[in-house]
Design a protein around this ligand. Structure first.
Ligand code: GH3
Ligand code: MG
Ligand code: MG
Length: 356
């Protein structure tokens, strides 16, 4: 029996661990979209069926497995919708596989009542730990109640309860730590993914992400015979700003400038900080005139903006911008960067605060 329970617990942990990478790029919570909720419900519904298939026969028509824990996981992860999908899967499989008898009716009623209770706690404001604890206690209490109602033989009652309560407590604790571990791993994965793509100071895309996106944009432009433009921006006399107001103000200005860039560009433009006080914007599907217009809008917005120093002083800064476009100013898509860089250099030498 211990072996069978061990297999049952292993099935549950396997489903939990295998489902985790499936949702690593999606939010899994009560707020998830319907598709995620249904998928989670289905995954743990199938898990419940596999658990039942490998259940332990405790007494006549009395099977034991950890399907209720699968239901708890489903409810904890995504709330009532997932819980009900899991319950429907389990009920359908139970009746389909074992037919209608007293035990299957009791199991179905038990599952429906627990699903309603779990759904109620899943949407409550309690922390996850408390929700999980309450659901596990409910599971054990329900099993005690049904055993006392259905079983008349006192030695059988003791045997059933002892096995059910003990194994459910142990497996619930193990599952709790597996869930915590998976949540932490996902959190670290998201953090790592964010930090590898974003600039730590401004939150804009970093150079690595810029290179990747530029390569994609170049292929897309050539394949679909489109336009592609690039802006290279550099703050004018930024060293002087740092020398006059300090490095902290310098950093504040870089952050405020990134906000202006976001506001001045279109939602699908790709803005990144190339390093230091240099920024780059990829304008997909934009010709030279459109790119120049956006660059001029950014330059004007920066010039007219009051930047706030760490002493709450208002100061003005300006930027210079180099624009290149393919086809057009750049005869070869691979020298798009080079042309934008040259244009920026020209803007700097020609008096700064301008677009070239
Ligand atoms: P130009 O108009 O020719 O671009 O002159 P500039 O002073 O802006 O250019 P320069 O290359 O001489 O100096 C850039 C300065 O940017 C020097 C450096 O201290 C500052 N800088 C680079 N990265 C950061 C940063 O992350 N934070 C702060 N506060 N300053 C930075
Ligand atoms: Mg500069
Ligand atoms: Mg520079």
């Amino acid at each position: 029996m211990i072996n069978s329970l061990f297999v049952n617990a292993s099935i549950l942990i396997t489903f939990l661990c295998l489902s985790s990478p499936l949702f690593k790029d999606t939010e899994v919570s009560i707020k998830s979209n319907m598709k995620v909720k249904l998928t989670i419900g289905l995954v743990f519904g199938i898990c419940g069926c596999v658990l039942m298939f490998n259940g332990v026969n405790l007494a006549e028509n009395m099977f034991m497995d950890f399907r209720i824990i699968a239901l708890i996981i489903s409810a904890i992860y995504c709330g009532p919708v997932s819980a009900f999908v899991t319950a429907i899967c389990i009920i359908t499989f139970r009746i389909g596989n074992f037919g209608i008898c007293n035990a299957s009716i009791v199991a179905t009623v038990n599952l429906i009542i627990l699903t309603i209770i779990f759904s109620f706690f899943a949407v409550s404001k309690y922390p996850y730990k408390i929700k999980y604890l309450i659901m596990c206690i409910m599971n054990v209490l329900a099993s005690i109640l049904w055993t006392l109602i259905l079983e008349k033989d006192s030695s059988a009652i003791i045997k059933i309860l002892l096995h059910y309560i003990l194994s459910n407590i142990i497996v619930s604790i193990i599952i709790y730590y597996v869930i915590v571990y998976l949540f932490k791993t996902e959190e670290l994965y998201s953090k790592l993914k964010y930090e590898s793509a974003k600039d730590y100071l401004t939150g804009l895309n970093n150079v690595r992400e810029f290179d990747l996106r530029l390569n994609q944009a170049v292929s897309d432009t050539l394949e679909n015979d489109k336009n592609l433009s690039l802006l290279m921006l550099d703050i004018d006399n930024f060293k002087k700003v740092n020398d006059t107001y300090g490095h902290i103000t310098g950093d504040l200005i870089l952050k405020q400038l990134s906000e202006i860039l976001i506001k001045s560009c279109r939602s699908f433009d790709f803005i990144s900080r190339k390093g230091g006080e240099e920024f780059c914007v990829i304008l997909s599907d934009s010709n030279f005139e459109q790119a120049f217009e956006i660059a001029e809008r950014i330059r004007k917005n920066v010039q007219e903006n009051y930047f706030i120093t760490d002493n709450n002083e208002k100061i003005n800064i300006t930027i210079s911008v180099g624009v290149s476009s393919y086809p057009g100013k750049a005869n070869n898509i691979s020298n798009l960067m080079e042309i934008a860089d040259k244009a920026l250099y020209y803007a700097k030498n020609n008096g700064k605060n301008q677009v070239q």
